[in-house]
Design a protein around this ligand. Structure first.
Ligand SMILES: C[S@@+](CC[C@H](N)C(=O)[O-])C[C@H]1O[C@@H](n2cnc3c(N)ncnc32)[C@H](O)[C@@H]1O
Length: 260
């Protein structure tokens, strides 16, 4: 009992610690752990998204791009854009006329995205950058919109990433965030828990051989702040007109805000 308490205390005491799923790690260690995890699953990331969500992630991304309603000629940054699923949707909503930049920390996710985009015959419209959401490699006031889908909960300092998103947006520019909600859907808690903690890691192991990566995915959802808290963080970072839109009984949430 005492040993367990001491070990819990030791975990809590990690200097400047950060959550990595249910583990507490040094905050300097977290970005490398996250990058390594996405590097490992990059080749099968898109397939796993479809299998885990039964394709529903596509509807959520469609909803996100519909709410953004990008116009031809806009410059849009997709942070933590991974294999470019959101970027390709944005480019197609702009009828191929505009500039979309994907910025992601994982070289392999970006590599898989470039290949997928090349195969879809769209490579010209998307710029790919390996970079950190917490220190975006873009000038201030350089984009009209900034999106982040299922990326924000992987970051070490969410506040810093929100400030960065605001910095690169032009005044009047829009920020949209799509993320899972930390609370299970009301009335389906037990089913959702069983699916999350048993089926997803099992599926991850079967499809990618990386059970731990998919256990992390589920744990990181639980550790993420609730939607109202993220909305408050956006306001603290200087976004105005912040609004929320729950998706699929609140399994995921869209957050929207404007650089004012
Ligand atoms: C769950 S994936 C989401 C990918 C894509 N947005 C989508 O919806 O399919 C999370 C992505 O965040 C990226 N990521 C994690 N930490 C990051 C950081 N600090 N800066 C930029 N990207 C990061 C990962 O490499 C990964 O590609």
């Amino acid at each position: 009992m005492v040993a367990a308490m001491a070990s819990a205390q030791a975990e809590h005491d990690v200097a400047g610690g950060a959550d990595f799923g249910f583990r507490r790690v040094d905050e300097h260690e977290k970005p490398g752990l996250v990058r390594d995890l996405f590097d490992r699953v990059a080749g099968r990331y898109d397939l796993m998204n479809d299998l885990m969500s039964g394709g529903v992630h596509r509807l959520w991304k469609r909803e996100m791009v519909a709410w953004l309603a990008p116009r031809p000629g806009m410059a849009v940054l997709d942070v933590a854009g991974g294999t470019g699923d959101i970027a390709r949707r944005v480019l197609s909503a702009m009828e191929g006329e505009g500039r979309v930049i994907v910025c992601d920390a994982s070289e392999r996710m970006v590599g898989a995205g470039r290949e997928r985009t090349w195969n879809a015959g769209l490579l010209g419209g998307i710029d790919w950058v390996v970079g950190d959401a917490e220190a975006l490699p873009l000038p201030a006031r350089s984009v009209d919109a900034c999106t982040i889908g299922f990326g924000i909960r992987n970051l070490t300092r969410i506040e810093r990433a929100l400030e960065e998103a605001r910095r690169v947006l032009r005044p009047g520019g829009r920020f949209l965030c799509l993320e899972f909600s930390s609370r299970p859907p009301a009335g389906a808690e037990r089913l959702y828990e069983a699916y999350s903690f048993s089926v997803i890691p099992w599926l991850g192991a079967a499809v990618t051989g990386q059970r731990d990566a998919y256990a992390y995915l589920v744990e990181s959802i639980r550790r993420f702040p609730p939607p109202e808290r993220l909305a408050a963080m956006m306001e603290d970072a200087g976004f105005g007109g912040v609004r929320l839109r729950p998706l699929s009984a609140g399994i995921a949430t869209l957050h929207s805000g404007w650089r004012i």
